[in-house]
Ligand binder design. Structure first.
Ligand SMILES: Cc1cc2nc3c(=O)[nH]c(=O)nc-3n(C[C@H](O)[C@H](O)[C@H](O)COP(=O)(O)OP(=O)(O)OC[C@H]3O[C@@H](n4cnc5c(N)ncnc54)[C@H](O)[C@@H]3O)c2cc1C
Length: 459
C-alpha cells in the first residue's frame, strides 16, 4: 500500500464508517484534499454487509432526537449546527420512530457514499491499511472491527495494555440517583492515603434473603447470545456475573459481591451477607460503575435485576452493562487533547476506536477530529472544545476525564457534563427536567461560540 506523502493540506482517513465519513466531509468542505482508505468490500468484517461508506452495522437508530432533554439528541443538534453529513443524510432518510431518529439504512449508506464520492476534494481508495503511516496527516477511524494487521501495528506502537479487543462494560449509574440512606462510602479495609481514597466506593448491602432472590433473578434473566469469537473474552478474567452465578450460587459472594472489610455506616452492628460496590467512573464524580458487573443480560432485564440491589432501587443508568467484540485504545493515556497520538502526532484517532460508543458518538468524534486537523493545517491554535457541550464532554472524557485504569467505551450522557453553577435548580429527580434543559441551553450557546472560531479558518 503506497501512502500519499505529507502535504500540509492533504488529509488521509483510514476507515469510511461513521467517523471516517463525517471527518472526510468536514475536512473537504474546509478545503483540504482528502483521501479515504476503506478496506471494504475487498476485506470484510463479521458485521458489515456492503461496501458502502457509513454502513450501520446493527440497529437503524441514531437514538433520541430530543435536543432539550437528552444528551444524544443534543449531540445531533451540535452536529447539525456544524453541517454534519451523517445528520443531514439521516434526516433525508428518516423513518417514523417516535422521538428517535431512525433511518432507512441502505439508502442512508448509499447517500453518504454518493455525497462523499461526488465531492471534488475527496478520493476514495478501496484498500486495507496494515501499518501506521509515518508521514502526512492522518485520521484512524477503523472502528470496533479494525482489521487484524492494523490492530497489531497499533498495539506494537502503543503497548499491549493499551489496545483492547473486547469491552466488558459494567453498568454505570448516575451518582445522584443512588439512595445514600442505604448505601455508604467506604473503601474495603478503609484502604488509602487520603480521606478521598478511604471513601472511594459506594457500598450497597444485601441480606441473605435479598442475595438469594438476586441470584434467582440473575439466573432467570434473559441474556443475549455471544457471537463467534466473543467468548474469548472469558479468558481475560471478565466473566459475566450471570456466568459466575451459574458456576455456583456463592461464587459472586466470594467475588465482586464479597462483604469483607466493610462496615455499614447506617447499621454498624449488622454484617451484610453480600455487598455490591460502585466505583467512581469520572473525574467529576457524577458517574459510578458497579464493580465487576459486566453482563450479557438484555437491557430490560438488567434494569429489573439491578433494581433489586438495596440502594439502587431507583437508580438511573448512564449506560447498561455488556461484553462485545470491540477494538479500542486507551485514549486517556495515548491521546492528547487534540485527539493526536502522543507518540506520533501526525495521527489522530476518531470514532469508536477512541473509546466512545455508538454511531452518533463515533460520527461526532470524526467531525471533531477533522475540524482540529483543518485548524492545524492552517496553523491555527483552537481553544479546547468547552466540556459543557456534548462534543466537548465526550472528548474531555476520552482524553483525560475517564479513569485510564478502568477505561471502557462510553456513550454521551449528562453525567459527563460539569454540574451547573448555582442555578437554583433542584437536585435529584425533581429538578431533572429543568436541569437537562439548562445543560442543553448552556451547551448550545457554548458550541455555537466554539464553532464560530473554527469557521474563521480559511478554506
Ligand atoms: C456487531 C456490532 C453491532 C453494533 N451495533 C450498534 C448499534 O446498534 N447502534 C450503535 O449506535 N452502535 C453499534 N455498534 C457500534 C458501531 O460499530 C459504532 O457505533 C459505529 O459504527 C462506529 O463507527 P466507526 O466509524 O468508529 O466504525 P465503523 O463504522 O465500523 O467504520 C470503520 C470502517 O473502517 C474500515 N476498516 C477497518 N480496518 C481497516 C483498515 N485496516 N484499513 C481500511 N479500512 C478499515 C471498516 O471496514 C469500516 O468501514 C455496533 C458495533 C458492532 C461491532
Amino acid at each position: 500500500m503506497a501512502y500519499i506523502a505529507g502535504m500540509t493540506h492533504h488529509l488521509n482517513i483510514i476507515g469510511g464508517g461513521m467517523a471516517g465519513s463525517e471527518a472526510a466531509w468536514q475536512a473537504a468542505n474546509a478545503g483540504l484534499r482528502v483521501t479515504i482508505h476503506e478496506m471494504r468490500p475487498k476485506v470484510g468484517t463479521f458485521a458489515h454487509r456492503t461496501g458502502d461508506l457509513g454502513e450501520m452495522v446493527c440497529s437503524n437508530s441514531f437514538r433520541s432526537d430530543d435536543h432539550e432533554q437528552n444528551a444524544v439528541g443534543l449531540l445531533h443538534w451540535e452536529m447539525r449546527a456544524a453541517d454534519g453529513l451523517i445528520m443531514q443524510t439521516a434526516q433525508k432518510h428518516r423513518l417514523p420512530a417516535g422521538g428517535a431518529l431512525a433511518v432507512d439504512r441502505d439508502p442512508f449508506a448509499a447517500s453518504v457514499t454518493a455525497a462523499l464520492k461526488a465531492h471534488p476534494n475527496i478520493d476514495v481508495v478501496y484498500d486495507e491499511i496494515t501499518d501506521l503511516p509515518r508521514d502526512g496527516q492522518w485520521i484512524i477511524a477503523t472502528g470496533p472491527l479494525t482489521s487484524g494487521a492494523l490492530a497489531e501495528a497499533i498495539r506494537t506502537e502503543t503497548g499491549a495494555d493499551s489496545l483492547a479487543f473486547f469491552d466488558a462494560i459494567a453498568p454505570i449509574v448516575y451518582a445522584d440517583t443512588v439512595n445514600m440512606d442505604v448505601a455508604w462510602r467506604q473503601s474495603r479495609y478503609d484502604k488509602g492515603e487520603t480521606e478521598d481514597e478511604r471513601t472511594a466506593y459506594l457500598n450497597c448491602p444485601m441480606t441473605k434473603d435479598q442475595y438469594e432472590a438476586f441470584i434467582d433473578a440473575l439466573l432467570a434473566a434473559e441474556k443475549t447470545e455471544f457471537k463467534d469469537g466473543e467468548t474469548a473474552a472469558y479468558f481475560d478474567g471478565c466473566l459475566p456475573i450471570e456466568v459466575m452465578a451459574e458456576r455456583g450460587r456463592e461464587t459472586l459472594r466470594f467475588g465482586p459481591m464479597k462483604p469483607v472489610g466493610l462496615t455499614n455506616a447506617h447499621d454498624p452492628e449488622t454484617k451484610a451477607y453480600a455487598v455490591v460496590q460502585l466505583r467512581r467512573d469520572n473525574a467529576l464524580g457524577t458517574l459510578y460503575n458497579i464493580v465487576g458487573f459486566q453482563t450479557k443480560m438484555k437491557y430490560g432485564a438488567q434494569k429489573t435485576v439491578f433494581a433489586m440491589i438495596s440502594g439502587l432501587e431507583t437508580a438511573e443508568f448512564a449506560r447498561l452493562g455488556g461484553i462485545h467484540r470491540n477494538t479500542f485504545i486507551n485514549s486517556p493515556v495515548l491521546l492528547d487533547h487534540q485527539m493526536r497520538l502522543k507518540s506520533r502526532p501526525n495521527i489522530r484517532f476518531a470514532g469508536q476506536i477512541t473509546g466512545v460508543e455508538g454511531y452518533v458518538e463515533s460520527a461526532a468524534m470524526g467531525l471533531l477530529a477533522a475540524r482540529l486537523a483543518v485548524a492545524q493545517a492552517h496553523g491555527i491554535d483552537l481553544p479546547p472544545v468547552p466540556n459543557t457541550t456534548a462534543m466537548g464532554a465526550l472528548v474531555h472524557h476520552i482524553t483525560g476525564g475517564a479513569d485510564a485504569k478502568t477505561f471502557q467505551p462510553m456513550n454521551v450522557n449528562f453525567g459527563l457534563f460539569p454540574p451547573l453553577e448555582a442555578s437554583g435548580i433542584k437536585g435529584g429527580r425533581r429538578g431533572r427536567k429543568d436541569r437537562y434543559k439548562a445543560y442543553t441551553d448552556r451547551a448550545k450557546a457554548d458550541w455555537t461560540a466554539w464553532l464560530a472560531q473554527t469557521e474563521t479558518v480559511p478554506a
